[in-house]
Ligand binder design. Sequence first.
Ligand SMILES: [Cu+2]
Length: 494
Amino acid sequence: MNPNLTRRGFLAASAALGAATLLPLRASAQTAPLLLRATRHTLDVDGRAATVFRLANSAGGSGLVLNPGERFRVDLTNDLDIETIIHWHGQIPPNEQDGVPDMPAPMLRSGEVRSYDYAPISGTFWMHSHVPVQEMQLLAAPLIVRSAADLTADRQEVVMFLHDFSFRPAEEVLAEITGTAAMAGMDHSAATTGAPAGGMAMGGMSMPMGGMAMGGMAMGGMAMDLNDFDFDAYLANDRTLGDPEVVAVENGGRVRLRVINASAATVFWIDTGLVEGRLVAVDGHPVQPLTGRRFGVAMAQRLDIELDLPKGASAFPLLALREGARERTGIILAAPGAEVARLEGLGDTPHPAFDTDLAQESALRAVTPLPTRPVDRMEMVMLSGSMQPYVWAINGKTWGNHQPITATSGQRVELMFHNMSMMAHPMHLHGHVFQVVAIGNRRFAGAMRDTVYVPPMASVTIAIDAGEAARWMLHCHHMAHLASGMMTEFAVSA
Ligand SMILES: [Cu+2]
């Protein structure tokens, strides 16, 4: 056993991702690369078998855990019979290792092994295929980079990895959401060429424009669109509430919950129930602690929530509630001797929409903000689109017709996202960590992030110090929006 590990640390390692996900922890400098395989895997979803993708570590579990100071030195093997490529979401590798098809590296052929090596940022991260239909079929996993404080802290680490899941092929799900048969069969091209040629067919979508049919909610007299697809199941660590993961915790112990929303198209509220939580990091980056029992998390975002469990032989459900609907998923923390009651996968009433007024984002303050300096470049980034036809654009253009947003390496750039549409967009920038610096006209020293949620008709400004001179993707992390072309590039020149 690793002598560096405290007893709690060992508990944490054992419980965090389940025994199968546990990687051997190394006490000394790493000698061999970590192994990661893109492969297939069978899940049991409410008693029904489902074949999905998996990013498997050397122990056969999902994802990677790195120790403090350890490099992200990974050999990725494509064990699939199709091409794939993996993006290290929120990390800042050299651009050639970023994992977007042909941007610049090609996808991995079947059987190909590719090596990655960079200094990682510590915190709660994840990795996923940058091909939307593959991400939707769970080719995604946690990437946890521990800090020195994580190893010495007297607390248990628990990961909650969230996904929306359909038994139907992802191509079919995308085609139904977008209302176009042309989308079916898009795989590689979805991430690189954007919208299919020709018009978008109108079939498949029953929702009227701006309608309330499926997931609409009224907002200031207007109708916003929330959920445009009803998935078959909502998963937390690959399981539903019908058979949830039960994590053994210490009586009265402290837990650091690492929530990762790997959903294709679902925003969740994390409900800590009777236990008050302390939100201590978003997207892997520390924020000044914010207490509460409900925190929202959009697609691709992460939350680190600390929980001080009350003493007693109790069970503590940690639920993820689908916004604008009754579905929920989650895991259960159980102290020794606790009785674990069965929970329904449907709540009594629909859960509210997330952060329409940006109240949560407004309350976040970075622990380590960007240094204050003059802004060299300010750009407005318009987000637009509609359900019918299902087209989403950045500055009026879809990927392939896009106009890059440009900067020079080292410049301080501010991007003001202005959402002119009735759906929210979680906007993700590759290769950079940015700071939220304004909501509407109100400036503040907000959170450091890699994915920011921009609700309908709102504006959010982020500040970035432009990094490596390269083409970096900037896109919406709603998979159907991305697949229909809601992507541009942040083109940094030397
Ligand atoms: Cu979007």
